[in-house]
Design a protein around this ligand. Structure first.
Ligand code: HXC
Length: 517
């Protein structure tokens, strides 16, 4: 055997050791939990054969707790880059078979290198998280690497899309990297996120809560709003990640790729003609309006189980990616509350960061009344949505389908906070409030002193409705650019978007605004 062969053998041995990770027994344990390994996950995430690994030979340098006798090349995280639908992405996948995927100094620095390279090249970054958290043996060196990651997540925020897929435990301060990234995807049953686990909670507060109830995907999809998507297994989570990446531009200087569609841009949306019920109190599903309007009925809803009174998600119109925001009359009558405001505000800001035009459907009776909303800070949380829309300089299209009442009218991408093209359907009502409430306030004495109060009340409600329960007063003031038939929605919005694609709008120079957090 030549010397060169010996060297090649040495390289092969080291690489094989990196690929083997924590060994077959731990790989089998991972599979028996219904989880794939880090490398299997990357294979599914990326276009076939596109993965190029970086840092497979990095090792930890911990000498405490006998760690020097337990060194595995790669240090528990597989890093590199590849493509998704031909688009370059940077990625890392924590390997639970190596020290439980725990994050030590070098493991963390490998992730930092990926984040730096993604930022330098203007590419999305995807983290597959499956980790016992800070590597206990490495102490503060581990915490230092976490903070280096957090810093980079913040620096990259609004510059490159960042996606976190949670495919195992993610506990303690480790949750803050996913929390800062743009999207969190959790796998049902196998992923958990929490700051303090059930045992600590029991000790400190005496509350008893299971692992799943505390930090499983259902909790974060419905109660906390931490996760944006839930998948039934690893495969679905990775397919969802690919779909999401395909909708987004690579960075804040680009626009999302145009996807040609066979769906005619001048398609008449007949089902929308009678979507809105005559009775203003009757609910309907706004998702039907979204799906009917966009290309091929394809709508990727974000946070579909959280704050269901507002719907947000991605779609395409004439091939262009758009962000859709819509009040949902089917849930809490479409009122804006704390959670809905925060959900939509973050989505609007994401779209604005990445040059994704916004299409807003409005049917909002106002902000949700109640002491718990007031005490919870609906004033500052509702202001976030107002702030986000007013700050956004991407093309903003608005369709008012029915109610646009009170402050919520202003907030929901109104002309006054610089909606670019605002239309209403004939069923729209733009007013300070609904007819019954308004008449009760402004005509209370008149009704009381009338010979037939009920008849007088009905007459006054009718008068009010004639004046405000339609879009024409607003249209006459130029607050609406037009009133259109529901069936024309796709044609009109696509034309408006086409004319706005090159829109440029500047705001005064400043370090950054002070959104009411
Ligand atoms: C070092 C760890 C580890 C950790 C797990 N392992 N967590 N090694 N540091 N944090 C190792 C285990 O010793 C074990 O090694 C292997 O990973 C698999 O762990 P198991 O316990 O056998 O697996 P499982 O039963 O599936 O339980 C997984 C787990 C549990 C729930 C994650 O391991 C666990 O509770 N780990 C500790 C979690 C934790 O408290 N982390 C610190 C959180 S605070 P062997 O060799 O036996 O296979 C934190 C702060 C971050 O992270 C701060 C950032 C600012």
């Amino acid at each position: 055997m030549s010397v060169d062969d010996a060297r090649v053998d040495e390289l092969r041995r080291r690489k094989a050791q990196a690929v083997a990770g924590g060994g077959q027994a731990r790989v089998s344990a991972q599979h028996s939990k219904g989880k794939l390994t880090a490398r299997e996950r990357l294979d599914l995430l990326l276009d076939e054969g596109s993965f190029m690994e970086v840092d497979p030979l990095v090792e930890h340098r911990c000498r405490d707790f006998d760690m020097d006798r337990n060194v595995i090349p790669g240090d528990g995280v597989v890093c590199g880059h590849g493509t998704i639908g031909g688009k370059t992405v940077y990625c890392f996948a924590q390997d639970f078979t190596v020290y439980g995927g725990s994050l030590g100094e070098m493991h963390g620095l490998k992730i930092c290198k990926i984040l730096d390279m993604a930022l330098k090249t203007g590419s999305p970054v995807i983290g597959l998280n499956d980790s016992g958290g800070a590597r206990i043996q490495e102490g503060v060196a581990s915490l230092g690497s976490y903070a280096e990651i957090f810093f980079r997540n913040v620096r990259a925020s609004g510059v490159i899309p960042q996606i976190s897929v949670i495919m195992g435990p993610c506990a303690g301060g480790a949750v803050y990297s996913p929390a800062i990234t743009d999207f969190v995807i959790m796998v049902d049953g196998t992923s958990h996120m929490f700051i303090t686990g059930p045992e600590v909670i029991k000790t400190v507060t005496n509350e008893e809560v299971s692992f799943e109830d505390l930090g499983g995907s259902t909790t974060h999809a419905t109660k906390s709003g931490v996760t944006h998507f839930t998948a039934t297994d690893d495969e679905e989570a990775l397919e969802l990640t690919r779909e999401l990446v395909s909708m987004l531009p690579s960075n804040n200087l680009q626009k999302a790729a145009i996807l040609p569609t066979r769906d005619p841009i001048d398609r008449v949306c007949l089902p929308l003609q009678d979507l809105v019920p005559d009775n203003p109190k009757e609910p309907y599903d706004i998702v039907m309006a979204i799906e009917e309007t966009v290309d091929d009925g394809a709508f990727l809803e974000v946070q579909s189980e959280f704050a269901m009174n507002i719907v947000v998600g991605f779609a395409r119109l004439g091939g262009h990616t758009i962000g859709v925001v819509a009040n949902q009359p089917n849930f809490l009558a479409g009122c804006l509350d704390i959670d809905a405001s925060v959900k939509a505000a973050r989505f609007v800001r994401f779209c604005d960061s990445f040059n994704i035009p916004l299409l807003t459907f409005v049917d909002v009776p106002g902000f949700l009344p109640g002491a718990s909303q007031e005490w919870g800070g609906i004033i500052r949380h509702g202001a976030k949505l107002l702030y986000a829309y007013a700050e956004a300089t991407v093309p903003k299209l608005t369709v008012i389908t029915r109610k646009a009442y009170g402050g919520a009218y202003d907030v929901m991408s109104s002309k006054h906070i610089r909606g670019d093209y605002n239309v209403a359907w004939p069923s729209a009502q733009l007013a300070v409030m609904g007819a019954e409430g308004a008449v009760q306030i402004i005509h209370r004495r008149r009704i009381a002193s009338s010979g037939n109060p009920e008849q007088e009340r009905e007459r006054l409600v009718g008068d009010y409705e004639d004046t405000f329960a339609n879009p024409y007063r607003a249209a006459s003031l130029g607050y609406l650019d037009d009133v259109i038939q529901p069936s024309e929605t796709r044609i009109v919005m696509a034309k408006a978007l086409g004319a706005l694609l090159e829109k440029e709008e500047v705001r005064p120079a400043r370090k950054h605004g002070n959104i009411p957090l």
